[in-house]
Design a protein around this ligand. Structure first.
Ligand code: MAN
Length: 485
């Protein structure tokens, strides 16, 4: 073969092989490099990527959907569930739904224009410019992420310290609590002893009250009968004198009789001041009944018996039945001691219970979800606000959300938990007129400081807050492939 003819044949062969490659590449259009081997294995069959079917290789990208997962048509719009891969050389590769292939619209996500390969529209390759803009934005984002992460790292340290301090505090309180509990046991035993003594002396007191009531009853009967004897005697004497005043002979000059009659005639003024026996009797009877009732009741209180005894004694002294009332009895002093002791034990019990509650709530706080690295623990109670349309909204991290106006202050919700996406959930806010209790979700994105960006009422009285905070910043790393879908 002459050299020109040889070179010609060589060039033709090269062209042909380039064409074959091009045809092959077209056949496997829309496939990412990682899956290329599955489409160009040289086999006569193609296995659908979900493993459901094997089809002849020439049915790949033949504009007819064979595979249930749409994997046989990565480069056409034949399958409703297919995806198309844009290489976007120089920028970030992306996937688009295959329905957007050759639809006459240049896809923003496919900056290389590969989605419109039929040429219905001319899509310029904008990947270079986009890459530049993206690089600039990415630089800024990474700068924010790094600065935010530094703050967050500090918060993580603080959160750790708060947890350590809380654990120490729990230990300290527990040690103190053990001592208080032992003390309470001792106090309860002492109280039980005192109560036992009191109940014995209470029986003695009751017996004393019963006896006294009896004596008192007898004294009352005695005085009443003495008084009525005297009343009778006065009446008899009155009759004698009245007879004498009417029947004596005034001409008979007996001065003693005259004097007696004249004195008798002046007597009505004295009779008007006669002693009211019935009222005295009823006063004594009241006291007597009280003391009997007390002595007979199942368990009259010691202080009641003491008071009653004292009252009876006062009454008896007043009527001259006894000398004088004694000072406050030993038993009432003892019952004061019991009252004090009861109060002290009750107070100690309350303290032990309240410390128990404190320990439980602190332990509970240790188990709460405070997000990754426990970081939310460090920001609990940090508040910030923004004026958004008619209201000033305030976010208090892990405490509450408020909606304020000049005249109102509405609780949107109290903090409840951090959800699986890292959003803060607040519930049980002020009830909406004719609606549910208000509630809010706070979505967090990375920022250098805490800042409330927006609030929207997704549904009536259900609010979505967007905040920027170091809380959502991550340790900056290489940017990942952005995939649309
Ligand atoms: C107030 C505000 C609103 C809310 C209505 C419901 O005006 O809290 O956000 O939608 O009450 O009545």
């Amino acid at each position: 073969m002459i050299p020109e003819a040889y070179e010609m044949a060589w060039r033709t062969a090269l062209l042909l092989s380039a064409l074959v490659l091009e045809i092959k590449a077209e056949k496997i259009r829309g496939v990412p490099p990682s899956k290329l081997a599955l489409y160009s294995s040289g086999s006569s069959t193609f296995s659908c990527l979900d493993g459901s079917l094997k089809i002849p290789s020439d049915r790949v990208n033949d504009d007819y959907c064979d595979c249930p997962d749409g994997s046989d048509e990565p480069g056409t719009s034949a399958c409703h569930n297919g995806t198309f891969f844009c290489q976007n050389a120089g920028h970030i590769p992306a996937y688009i739904p295959s329905s957007r292939i050759n639809d006459g619209v240049c896809e923003e996500a496919c900056c290389d224009g590969s989605d419109e390969w039929l040429g219905l529209v001319q899509c310029p390759n904008t990947c270079k410019q986009l890459a530049k803009v993206h690089a600039k934005l990415e630089k800024e984002r990474v700068a924010v992420e790094s600065a935010g992460w530094k703050v967050k790292e500090q918060w993580i340290k603080e959160a750790h310290q708060i947890r350590v301090d809380l654990e120490h505090e729990i230990n300290r309180i527990q040690v103190k609590q053990e001592a208080s509990q032992a003390n309470l046991v001792d106090m309860e035993a002492a109280l039980a002893r005192l109560q036992e003594e009191e109940s014995q002396s209470s029986a003695a007191e009751q017996e004393a009250a019963r006896k006294l009531a009896e004596e008192f009853e007898q004294s009352v009967d005695r005085i009443v009968s003495q008084l009525s004897d005297q009343e009778q005697r006065i009446k008899d004497l009155e009759t004698i004198l009245s007879d004498l005043a009417q029947g004596y002979n005034p001409n008979f000059q007996d001065m003693a009789v005259k004097g007696a009659v004249s004195a008798y005639n002046e007597l009505p003024a004295i009779v008007a001041r006669e002693i009211d026996i019935s009222s005295v009797k009823s006063a004594f009877e009241t006291v007597s009944q009280k003391s009997m009732a007390s002595a007979n009741s199942e368990a009259p209180s010691i202080s009641y018996i003491s008071k009653l005894l004292r009252y009876i004694k006062e009454q008896m002294a007043e009527y001259g039945l006894i000398q004088a009332i004694p000072e406050v009895s030993e038993s009432s002093a003892q019952s004061q001691q019991l009252t004090n002791m009861r109060e002290t034990v009750e107070k100690a019990r309350e303290e032990v219970l309240s410390t128990d509650r404190d320990i439980s709530s602190k332990k509970q706080s240790l188990t709460e979800n405070f997000g990754e690295h426990d970081v939310y623990r460090a920001v609990k109670g940090k508040c910030f606000s923004s004026v958004i349309s008619d209201y000033t909204y305030e976010v208090c991290l892990l405490v509450n959300l408020q909606q304020k106006s000049a005249s109102t202050n509405t609780l949107v919700g109290n903090f409840d938990h951090v959800d699986e996406n890292g959003s803060l959930i607040y519930n049980h806010g002020q009830r909406c007129w004719n609606g549910p209790e208000r509630s809010g979700r706070v979505d967090v994105e990375c920022g250098i400081e805490n800042e409330l960006l927006s609030v929207r009422e997704a549904q009536k009285c259900e609010y979505v807050f967007r905040i920027r905070s170091p809380l959502a910043c991550k340790l900056p790393k290489e940017s990942t492939i952005k995939a649309e879908l």
